[in-house]
Design a protein around this ligand. Structure first.
Ligand code: ES4
Ligand code: ZN
Length: 345
């Protein structure tokens, strides 16, 4: 069967490994929740919100992102937010998604951490039973806060672990990178590892290759979120390739945050060709102008990617996931069948 590039991408089974659930808040929902919860937001129209999605760098985005999250107050809000993302993910043919969430963004405003966990988990479990949609939750520490704060968050979350063993599998690190190196969190990540959590961290999004080394050697991450600043360190690129450490790359995010000037200048295809395990993800889709398929299309068009390249990227997403091996084999088989039956026109 011959299909167009966009159809090939849309129907390709895939996993999403880098998505901040709070960053999936669409402006329409921001307004609806602001009204329901009587929270003031610094916008009067949806167009005004979209017009504000104009960023210079990571910091300028985070300021708006944190302001937007203020409308999230109750378990129901987190449930509706997650449900909306999952519905979109299912139509995009995402089979499995690993969601980042930042409890500190909410507990600092007085929202109970249990409401955050419960709302997200309820939507994910419903999607699992109604649509077979698979997912995991990865709790991230905000790196602009202290390691002590991160410890407090982990302590507060641990009593919730028993009720979320089906979903909560890992711990990550996000927020503003410069001046907040991974080594700042060495002890709390030691503890998370000892507790059996899978470990990831944002590193080399804007920051230097040294931060990626620290994420690997000190935090002992299994995947690097972004990681695209690795390229100036030849030894690091070789290490990432040899050990097949996955990078969860978010092309439209990098474009919107001015990490790259044009999508044609993105290095992910070069890194893929150098043997790195690259995956494509959406990060904070409404803020960056696209969900996962939009990210695939932008890259595929700019670099004339073949069907094989796209299949390769989708395979990487399943292989790099924290799902169990049996489940991964099923998805990889599904991809094989897909690839055997379709060609891009
Ligand atoms: C984020 Cl794009 C990005 N980078 C770092 N931390 C984040 N949290 C939400 N989006
Ligand atoms: Zn991110």
């Amino acid at each position: 069967m011959k299909t167009s590039l966009s159809e090939f991408i849309a129907n390709l089974p895939k996993a999403e490994l880098h998505l901040h659930i709070e960053g999936s808040l669409e402006p329409e929902m921001m307004f609806a929740l602001a009204k329901r919860n009587s929270v003031k937001i610094p916008f009067t129209t949806i167009d005004e919100v979209r017009a504000a999605y104009n960023f210079r760098d990571l910091k300028s985005f985070l300021d708006l992102y944190f302001a937007g999250t203020a409308v999230l107050q109750t378990e129901t809000d987190f449930y509706e937010l997650t449900k909306a993302y999952v519905e979109k993910a299912i139509t995009d043919n995402i089979r499995h998604s690993e969601l980042f969430f930042d409890p500190q963004t909410h507990t600092d405003r007085g929202v109970p951490i249990s409401a955050v966990f419960a709302g997200i988990a309820r939507a994910l479990r419903e999607a699992r039973s109604s649509d077979g949609f698979s997912s995991k939750m990865i709790m991230c520490f905000l790196r602009h806060l202290s390691e002590e704060d991160a410890f407090e968050t982990l302590q507060a979350a641990l009593p919730l672990r028993a009720d979320h063993t089906d979903l909560w599998c890992g711990v990550g690190l996000d927020s503003s990178e410069f001046g907040n190196p991974p080594k700042k969190f060495s002890k709390v990540f030691d503890m998370a590892r000892e507790l059996g959590f899978r470990i990831v961290a944002h590193a080399g999004e804007e920051g230097p290759p040294e931060y990626i080394w620290e994420a690997l050697e000190i935090l002992k991450v299994e995947r690097v979120d972004h990681g695209i600043k690795c390229e100036t360190d030849e030894r690091l690129v070789k290490y990432l390739a040899e050990h097949r450490i996955p990078l969860t790359v978010c092309p439209l995010s990098n474009l919107k945050l001015c990490v790259v000037k044009k999508i044609e200048e993105h290095n992910l295809v070069r890194l893929l060709r150098s043997g790195l395990c690259i995956t494509i993800n959406s990060d904070d889709p409404p803020y960056f102008g696209g969900y996962i398929n939009d990210n695939f299309i932008a890259v595929a068009s700019a670099f004339n990617l073949t069907g094989e390249d796209l299949v390769d990227l989708a395979r990487n997403s399943f292989r790099s996931s924290f799902a169990d091996d049996e489940q991964k084999m099923k998805w990889l088989q599904e991809i094989d069948e897909y690839a055997d039956n379709r060609a891009i026109d």
